[in-house]
Design a binder for this molecule. Structure first.
Ligand code: CTP
Length: 418
């Protein structure tokens, strides 16, 4: 979604400048055209050549402001930008932005971008030390900026350059990239829609240290949440996966067991337009959770199982009773009779679509970055997709969802393959 987007990256004088180079690189790798403006203080930490090397474009300094093209350069950069992000932003630059001071190329460009119609999204990632963030002057400036619709990202807590600990670190580049993505997406085709995605394998406790679980990594669900966010949706990600960084902008509900996931889904459902159940929900749980760790001495334990609720089946009941009218997408992970089993689940759970994946293939299914899936629709249509990344599978699924919400049926994109 960053392809051919113009990102204007302002870099001010902080040790976090080295991370700004990483951010510029990540933006470029995601397809964006990145223009960089460095302040004079930033030049003490890093050179324009660093940014030119990672962006493939020239980086600008105050010398350009006083050069021949200076009087139009700042306007051109500000007009062309789809997003302005200032990272790292020093306390000094925050103060200048709050008061409309325009005494260098970056603040002049920021002033031009902030007054544009329609407004250019402006994101600011502060990096400060000691008490600078807590200082009432900085806090007042931050409030002013927020009041003008500028997005403040961080600062994060942790080790500071001075050796102190506290609030002041610049948020990591991967997170900043997510914020840029979020800023670009808000007017997408799912704007105003609420999408609930479940992800990961539930964990059913046996005793305080052991769980019954499965091999699901949660990656496909997280990719779906990102694809929905990229189209402007409000996303609730109900996750049983603990190891993945949630996409920026998603409301994360962390759960453990299938019963917890069921409660979270049912709580989010009334407001939702779309439910995508990518989670691998454990069908069974230990009938009893032992209060203390099961010891290896003594007789071999026998684990009695109890049945877990089928979340999608319960959602189907609500649909049948007319209590919920949204779109449901299920997943079918199968090791045999892929399409027959998937079709049976599509029917039984009254789904609008099911994503069938053959987990016996080494390049598809659990714990790999790729998937080989067939989409089955309630109207009988089937579409077999080639080996794709999980992000690409998520894109395809979400394209169908967009079609559905716009036209009431799927199928205006992609080819049919019965
Ligand atoms: N699912 C669910 N609640 C469960 C089990 C599964 O909502 N207790 C959802 C999954 O998230 C998925 C779909 O139902 O979207 C199919 O899950 P899957 O595990 O493939 O099938 P099951 O219905 O559990 O049947 P089986 O395990 O016998 O294949």
């Amino acid at each position: 979604m960053l392809t051919a987007k113009r990102i204007l990256l302002g870099v001010t004088g902080s040790i976090a400048c080295y991370k700004a180079a990483d951010l510029a690189s990540k933006l470029r790798q995601a397809g964006a055209d990145v223009d960089v403006i460095l302040t004079r203080a930033a030049l003490q930490f890093i050179t324009p050549l660093t940014f030119q090397s990672v962006t493939g474009r020239r980086a600008y300094t105050d010398d350009d402001l006083w050069g021949q093209a200076g009087h139009v350069l700042h306007v051109g950069l500000a007009e062309a930008a789809d997003v302005l992000i200032i990272a790292p932003a020093t306390a000094n630059t925050l103060a200048k932005l709050a008061h409309g001071v325009a005494d260098n190329l970056l603040t002049v460009a920021a002033l031009a971008a902030g007054g544009r119609q329609p407004p250019c999204p402006v994101l600011v990632a502060p990096a400060l030390d000691g008490g600078m963030w807590a200082n009432p002057a900085t806090q007042a400036n931050v409030e002013t900026l927020r009041g003008r619709g500028i997005t403040l990202i961080g600062p994060a807590e942790g080790h500071l350059a001075s050796g102190l600990r506290g609030l002041g670190r610049m948020v990591e580049p991967a997170q900043l990239l997510g914020h840029v993505r979020l800023a670009l997406s808000r007017t997408g085709p799912l704007a105003g829609k609420r999408v609930v995605v479940t992800a990961g394998g539930t964990q059913e406790p046996l005793d305080p240290v052991r769980v019954l679980t499965n091999r699901s990594s949660g990656r496909q669900g997280y990719a779906l949440a990102q694809a929905a966010l990229d189209r402007g949706a409000q996303v609730t990600l109900i996750s049983a996966a603990a190891a993945l960084a949630p996409p920026v902008g998603a409301r994360l509900v962390q759960v453990g067991t299938a019963q917890e996931m069921r409660e979270a889904v049912m709580a989010a459902l009334p407001e939702a337009d779309v439910l995508i159940m990518a989670a691998a929900v454990a069908d069974f749980r230990p009938a009893r959770t032992q209060e203390h760790k099961i010891k290896k001495t003594g007789s071999l334990p026998v684990i009695e199982l109890a049945r877990n609720p089928d979340i999608l089946a319960q959602v189907a009941q609500r649909k049948t009773r007319g209590q919920w009218k949204g779109i449901t997408v299920g997943f079918a992970a199968e090791s045999q009779n892929l399409l027959d089993n998937a079709q049976a689940k599509l029917n039984a759970k009254k789904l609008d679509m099911i994503v069938a994946n053959d987990i016996s293939a080494p390049d598809a299914g659990f714990a790999v970055d790729t998937n080989r899936v067939t989409l089955l629709f309630a109207d009988g249509r089937r579409e077999q997709l080639p080996l794709m990344s999980k992000a690409e599978v998520a894109e395809r699924v979400m394209e169908e969802v967009v079609d559905w919400l716009n036209t009431g049926s799927t199928g205006s994109t992609g080819s049919t393959d019965h």
